[in-house]
Design a protein around this ligand. Structure first.
Ligand code: SF4
Length: 158
């Protein structure tokens, strides 16, 4: 039996679809699909805010964020934002720039943890890892915890 057939036999079709669907905008009644005149003077301005081109950013972005907070599709939208890596529109309470910053930060953490893992494998003490990577020791300890590595056999500082 092919692996795919095996999965199909084990899961209900809906569950399988949602598990395997790579990404797609959430289905249902989105808060941003209806004009909220209490938040935006015109439908066009609301649309512009969600299209990532707010007319008055300091006014429109907080309003769009507030709408997302009440949206029943928030979780699905967050997943879509993550999976699609959309770089323009406002999604799940975040601007494209805010998402980019998060992704950059996540990428930096992955890179740092890779270095921490390499140095750990070479038995370098935590304090030296911290100094060489320009990080606080507690960040390195936290990285090691995330990496599932204990430090009991090494001195905590050098
Ligand atoms: S979470 Fe925000 S952007 Fe996403 S569908 Fe809802 S209102 Fe629209």
């Amino acid at each position: 039996m092919e692996p795919h057939d095996e999965i199909e036999n084990r899961l209900p079709p809906d569950a399988l679809f949602w598990a395997m669907e790579p990404f797609g905008p959430p289905l249902g009644e989105a808060a941003c699909s209806m004009w909220d005149p209490k938040r935006f003077p015109t439908m066009r301005e609301q649309q512009a805010a969600f299209d990532g081109e707010p007319t008055v950013p300091e006014r429109d972005i907080p309003q769009a964020r507030a709408m997302c907070c009440t949206c029943p599709l928030l979780e699905g939208c967050r997943r879509y934002a993550q999976d699609s890596r959309d770089e323009h529109v406002f999604l799940a309470g975040e601007t494209a720039e805010e998402r980019r910053k998060k992704w950059r930060k996540a990428g930096e953490i992955v890179k740092r943890r890779r270095r921490v893992a390499e140095l750990y494998a070479l038995n370098v003490p935590t304090a030296i890892i911290a100094r060489s990577l320009g990080q606080a020791e507690r960040s390195i300890r936290s990285d090691l915890r995330e990496l599932g590595k204990g430090r009991s056999h090494l001195p905590p500082t050098a």
